[in-house]
Each structure stands twice: as C-alpha cells, then as structure tokens.
Design a protein. Structure first.
Length: 267
C-alpha cells in the first residue's frame, strides 16, 4: 500500500519556520497502531490523518504526536486545509470534524492566509497552583490558569517569557495537561502577546507553534487588552504568527503555510 504524505510549515510564510505538520489523506481509517507508527516514524510534533465523511459533509481529522493521539491540534489542521486548498484551486472553504472539538471550518482568504474557526476554550484561574508547575518554570509566573488542554502561566513581559527555563521532568508530571507561558508584547511590537508551549507528557519538549491553545490565549488577552482582534507570536526557536479574532462563542485563528515536502509512504 502507498499513501501520499505532505509536510507543511504552518503559521508562517517562510519555509523552515513555523511548525511542521505531516498530512496524510486516507480513503478509509487504518488501524490505530499503524497511524501511531506513521506518526512516530515522521517524528514531527503532529501528523494529521484525513478521511472524507459524506454523512457529515466534512473531513474527519485525527492528530498523532510521536507519542500518542492528541485531542486537538491547530497547526496540523491549518496544514491539512492548505493541502486541500492547493489540490483544488476552486475550493474556498473546508470543514473538519473531530470528536473532541466538533466541527472546525477553514476558509481561504485573499493573499493565501487560512482562517480557522475554533470553539472557545477559556482558561479559569487556578486557586492554588501545583508545586510542580511553579517549580517547573524559572522564573515563577505571576498567575496561573487552566483549561482542558494546558496550564497557562502568565508573566509580566515578553522578556520574561523568552527567558523561561522549564524543568521538563517536573512539567511532565502534570500530564495529561501541557503548559503554556504567556505575556503581553513589548510596546510598539507588531504582535499583541507572546507565548511558548511545553508538552513533555504528550509530544516533546517545546512545541514550535501551537494553534489549539490560542482558543484559550486569545480570549484571555482580549479581556486583558480590551480588543477582539489580536496577533499572537509564539516565541519558539522557529517562531510563528497567529492572527486571532474572539467572539462570544468562538475564536478565529488564521495563518499562512509553506510547503516543504510531497512524498509517498510505503506500507
């Protein structure tokens, strides 16, 4: 059996930046063990698999890290939409369905930017932060929040976020939840807030760009900054830019993609 595979740099218009995702379209679902083996072989933060479901009028999408299946992944959804739009130049909108989040719509905008609509996943304050969270981040955060995906640690400045040194073994003990650190952008910056994302329990040390967590970050910073349209910068080594708009029920997260590879998997 041969399968097509696409490797896409997501949330960037520059190759070798953003976050790499592998996209593997399928005619029908393979065994979970095979999907996990492909993701482990790819050794990227995520591999997304797509199967068209006529009853839902949507592509069912599943995401696998090298370690396990992930409930929700933004950058691999963006990469999947990019592959589908590239394959059909007449296509302007595509719908995905995943068990954990329901329907996610991706729309191709002028200039090639792709906008996705996510359900809001607001974070709530943590009354008493876990010791592993405070001890796992140096320097310690000013405040901590949590949603169904990750702990969110808030800092005073962009410099603090860039300087964070994680103790990955301590953060790993917080699994299945991950950890995102965030702060307001420097005055005069082209972005509104910054973040970094650590997920040693679920995929790796530091994720280059994490679209899904912006379903929590964007509402938080919208409230703090008093604006519904924001630009997020994920300040990893590769970096990525996310254009966000917050509504009462959803978060729109948009970004560009750059193709790296088109190939074939032989099973």
């Amino acid at each position: 059996m041969q399968l097509s595979i696409h490797i896409i740099d997501a949330f960037t218009s520059e190759r070798f930046k953003g976050n790499q995702a592998a996209v593997v379209p399928l005619d029908a679902w393979l065994a979970d063990s095979v999907l996990q083996a492909i993701a482990a072989e790819n050794n990227l933060s995520e591999t997304s698999f797509l199967v068209w479901n006529a009853d839902r009028a949507a592509f069912e999408i599943r995401w696998f890290s090298p370690l396990k299946e992930i409930a929700f992944c933004g950058h691999a959804t963006l990469a999947s939409a990019f592959v589908l739009f590239e394959a059909d130049p007449a296509l302007r909108s595509v719908r995905f369905w995943a068990a954990a989040v329901g329907n996610v719509t991706a729309t191709l905008e002028e200039g090639g930017r792709i906008r996705m609509t996510f359900p809001r996943r607001d974070a709530r304050p943590v009354d008493a932060p876990l010791a592993a969270l405070c001890e796992g981040l140096d320097p310690a955060p000013l405040a901590c929040f949590v949603n169904q995906q990750a702990y969110m640690a808030v800092y005073a400045s962009e410099a603090c976020v860039r300087a964070v040194r994680p103790d990955l073994e301590k953060l790993k003990s917080l699994g299945p939840l991950d950890v995102v650190v965030t702060a307001p952008a420097d005055e005069g910056a082209a972005h509104d807030f910054v973040s970094r994302y650590f997920w040693p329990a679920n995929g790796g040390d530091e994720d280059p760009v994490t679209g899904s967590i912006h379903a929590a970050l964007a509402p938080y910073w919208a409230g703090r900054l008093g604006k519904s349209r924001l630009v997020g910068l994920q300040a990893s080594q590769r970096t990525g830019t996310l254009f966000c708009e917050v509504t009462q029920e959803s978060v729109e997260v948009a970004g560009h993609c750059a193709r790296y590879l088109r190939g074939t998997i032989t099973l």
